[in-house]
Ligand binder design. Structure first.
Ligand SMILES: [Zn+2]
Length: 284
C-alpha cells in the first residue's frame, strides 16, 4: 500500500533549488575534430559489412581508422556494442557516457569504456541527423538510455520466447566473432548506443518512450576509433521503432557498416588515449 505524505510548508522552496551539472565537461580531454576531419578527407575504404534485418554483424576497426553506420533501403535503428579488440574486459560503458555527455550523443561526443579503463573508445565525427535537435515530446536521436531489446524482458512481459531481440542478435554475432558459446557470449553483451533511435522520457510518468526514427536511407553516423575495436551492430527487430520491438511485426531494413583508413602521416600529433590514470588501490 502506498502512503501519501503531507507536503511540507517549504515544498516549493525545496523544488526551486537550481540543478547543478553532475560532471562538468570543461576538464574532459577534448578531441581534435579538425585533425580528424583532415585525416578523414584522404581516407580510403578498407572494409564493409552488412547487418541484415533482425540480425547483427561483427566488425573490426583499427585505432586511427573511421567507421560509418549508414541507413540503407529504409528507416532502421541499430544497437551498437564495442569492445577493446585485444581485451574484451574493456567494453562500452553506456551509463558513464550518459553521465558525461547527456542522454543522446552527436558529433564530438565520445563512447567511454568500462572501469577501470575509462577512456574514449570512439569519437563521433559526423551525424547527418544533428539537425533534429529536440522535438516537442522531448525526443532526441542516438540515445544511451535504452539498454537494448532483450528476450528476458520480453518473456517477463509476455510469457513468450523471441530470439531476434537485439540482445540475442548481438550475442550470436559476438559468439561468431570470438568462438565463445552463446551462453558465455550473452554475458559479454552490454548496454548499447541506440544508433538512429528517437527516444526520451514522458513528462507525466517519466517512462522511456520511442517514436519512429527520422532516419532515412543515406543518413549516417560516423566514428573515429580511438583504440583497436571489435564492434557488433544489430538491426533492431523494431525497424524504425515507431510501433513495437521484440517481434517480427515491424518492417525491418539492413544497416551498412564501412571502415576507412587515413593516409600515412595524416594523424601525426594524435595518440591512442591511455587507460585511466587512477591508481586502483581504492584506499588500501
Ligand atoms: Zn532492438
Amino acid at each position: 500500500m502506498t502512503t501519501s505524505h503531507t507536503t511540507p510548508a517549504d515544498a516549493e522552496a525545496r523544488r526551486a533549488v537550481a540543478p547543478v551539472i553532475c560532471y562538468p565537461v570543461s576538464t574532459l580531454p577534448a578531441p581534435d575534430l579538425d585533425l580528424y576531419a583532415r585525416a578523414r578527407d584522404g581516407a580510403v575504404k578498407v572494409g564493409e559489412w552488412i547487418a541484415a534485418p533482425r540480425e547483427a554483424a561483427h566488425f573490426r576497426v583499427a585505432a586511427g581508422q573511421f567507421f560509418r553506420i549508414t541507413s540503407i533501403e529504409g528507416p532502421q535503428v541499430g544497437d551498437l556494442n564495442l569492445w577493446n579488440a585485444a581485451d574484451p574486459s574493456e567494453r562500452f560503458y553506456s551509463g558513464k557516457t550518459r553521465a558525461l555527455h547527456g542522454s543522446h550523443l552527436s558529433t564530438g561526443d565520445r563512447m567511454w569504456s568500462s572501469f577501470p579503463h575509462l577512456r574514449p573508445m570512439a569519437t563521433i565525427t559526423a551525424d547527418t541527423l544533428d539537425w533534429y535537435g529536440v522535438d516537442e515530446f522531448g525526443g532526441r536521436v542516438h540515445d544511451v538510455i535504452g539498454t537494448r531489446c532483450d528476450p528476458h524482458t520480453h518473456h517477463l512481459l509476455s510469457g513468450e520466447d523471441y530470439h531476434h531481440c537485439c540482445h540475442s542478435n548481438l550475442t550470436r554475432a559476438y559468439a561468431d566473432a570470438t568462438g565463445l558459446p552463446v551462453r558465455d557470449a550473452a554475458r559479454e553483451v552490454h548496454d548499447v548506443l541506440n544508433v538512429f533511435m528517437c527516444t526520451g522520457f514522458t513528462r507525466d510518468t517519466g517512462q522511456y518512450f520511442m517514436k519512429a526514427s527520422p532516419v532515412r536511407p543515406g543518413d549516417y553516423l560516423e566514428f573515429f576509433a580511438e583504440i583497436d575495436l571489435l564492434g557488433v551492430l544489430s538491426a533492431c527487430p523494431g525497424g524504425d521503432c515507431g510501433s513495437e520491438h521484440s517481434s517480427d511485426t515491424a518492417p525491418c531494413h539492413p544497416l551498412l557498416i564501412e571502415a576507412f583508413a587515413p593516409a600515412a602521416g595524416a594523424l601525426d600529433g594524435w595518440v591512442s588515449p591511455p587507460r585511466n590514470g587512477y591508481s586502483g588501490t581504492h584506499g588500501r
